[in-house]
Design a binder for this molecule. Structure first.
Ligand code: HEC
Ligand SMILES: [Cu+2]
Length: 445
């Protein structure tokens, strides 16, 4: 069903994609004039010092201008410095805050070092300067307490405004529950009855390294969205407030999509919430942002914001929404594999599908060469279960093993599982493991 869903978005958009990743961040730095743009954005968002009048604005503008003018050059633009173009006000505010804080820090740095070097140069002993000898100067003490306090207040006011709005998950238009796993995400559209897993779709041939390619190196050119692409994207309607409930099935992960201004830890046993709204259509890419084990860098997040009609189409194609039947899709749901099942079930066709699906779903832990990674992930090559009766092999893959990283893979289709199991039984130990049929898996469910 997800293949059908993907077809909904099959219009030409890769050109748009590439422009989407970094561009406008660079734009902002291209000239000093960008400073005015940034300040204007700050004013518009309303968290700035509107109440206090225009003076601070112009002061900050001057400060920002000085710093940005120093940094700005065509070269920086060409290097795509800066951050990804925000897709909503929260992300824009976060980036504004970043620049504002940088400006404050630079001004303080310049003032402190300026004074220090001035004193070192002017008040030298060998220049005949006589040091003053005094203790406890109330005026100085008041100044050096009051000035930092004022600076902190000046920084805290806009920051607090942004945090309050970032944390306000009330009155969402829809709620999605996202769960982190080593190493993939699942998404449960609580209102619309869609559930799916989302995992890296960059082929192992592009990745290389001993974990991904038995040959030890990448054999294919890297795709445009290398390591930032997934099989099933999080499709959301544009302009709607989406509440995200976040949790984890194993270790701490974090759901991070910079252009949407969201970064929130997914903690096992805890449900945290956060919200985002995509103010324009587009594809927004992110990653897990909490070191969560060996494949931490291989669990990207892709959010696709589409119009309301497109979203409804996607829902229908994904088996959710108004057309969904009453039975919840979540329990015992089977996800269609990325590769279609072969028309004829032979050793050859099963091995071909099995290799592809094994590399997608199993190789992260058991490795492409089946040797596993001691001591955490056992080798399947030479494993008693893999060499033994097919029933026990099917059983552990279907049901997983409680309290271990070996999760249930019952969400994969019968054909996918039969192919993977056939592949495991024949790929490494010289064959002879026999052909497992989709019916065998269906019977064991
Ligand atoms: C997140 C890591 C991870 C992934 C992904 C994973 N496994 Fe496992 N697997 C494990 C661990 C850990 C064990 C050992 C469980 C135990 O303690 O007995 C295991 C055990 C097994 C065993 C039993 C091996 C033996 O000799 O005891 C089989 C068979 C197996 N996995 C097949 C698969 C298949 C098929 C897939 C993909 C569909 C897969 N695994 C994906 C972690 C993983
Ligand atoms: Cu993670």
């Amino acid at each position: 069903m997800f293949r059908a869903a993907a077809a909904v978005f099959a219009e030409a958009e890769s050109a748009q994609n590439s422009a989407e990743i970094y561009p406008a961040g660079a734009e902002l730095y291209k000239s000093g004039a960008a400073c005015a743009k940034i300040c204007a954005a700050g004013e518009k968002s309303g968290f700035l010092y509107n109440a206090a009048g225009g003076r601070e604005n112009s002061m900050m503008r001057a400060g920002l201008f000085l710093i940005l003018a120093g940094l700005a050059s065509a070269a920086l633009g060409a290097w795509e410095t800066g951050m990804q173009e925000p897709a909503n006000q929260i992300a824009a505010d976060q980036q504004w805050l970043n620049r504002f804080m940088l400006a404050v820090i630079c001004i303080i740095g310049a003032a402190v070092f300026g004074m220090m070097f001035y004193a070192i140069a002017k008040h030298r002993k060998d220049a005949g300067y006589k040091a003053a000898h005094f203790h406890e100067n109330t005026t100085v003490e008041i100044i050096w307490t009051a000035v930092p306090m004022l600076i902190i207040i000046v920084m805290a006011i806009p920051a607090t405004g942004v945090i309050l709005r970032y944390k306000d998950t009330s009155a969402p238009d829809m709620t999605i529950k996202a769960t982190g796993y080593q190493w993939k995400w699942s998404y449960d559209y609580l209102d619309d009855g869609v559930f799916f897993y989302s995992q890296l779709s960059t082929p192992p041939e592009q990745i290389g390294g001993k974990y991904y390619d038995a040959a030890g190196g990448a054999t294919a050119a890297k795709s445009e969205n290398y390591l930032l692409e997934v099989d099933n994207e999080v499709v959301v309607p544009v302009g709607k407030k989406i509440r995200l409930l976040l949790t984890s099935a194993d270790v701490i992960h974090a759901w991070w999509v910079p252009q949407l201004g969201v970064k929130q830890d997914a903690v096992p046993g805890v449900v945290r919430d956060v919200w985002f709204r995509a103010d324009r259509e587009g594809v927004f890419r992110g990653q897990c942002a909490e070191l969560c084990g060996k494949n931490h860098g291989f669990m990207p997040i892709v959010v696709r914001a589409v119009s309301g009609e497109k979203y409804a189409e996607w829902l229908a194609a994904s088996g959710g929404g108004a057309t969904a039947d009453a039975a919840p899709l979540r329990a015992g749901q089977v996800i269609e594999s990325a590769a279609p099942p072969p028309a004829e079930w032979t050793m050859e066709s099963a091995m071909a599908l099995g290799k592809k699906s094994y590399n997608t779903y199993c190789a992260a832990c058991h490795q492409a060469n089946g040797e596993g990674l001691a001591p955490a992930f056992p080798a399947l090559k030479g494993s008693a279960i893999v060499k033994g009766a097919a029933a026990a092999h099917i059983d552990i893959v279907l049901k997983g093993k409680a309290a271990t990283a070996m999760a249930s893979f019952s969400y994969l289709s019968d054909a996918d599982l039969a192919a993977i199991i056939t592949y495991e039984r024949n790929a490494w130990d010289g064959g002879g493991g026999g052909l497992v049929a989709p019916e065998d898996v269906a019977g064991a469910r």
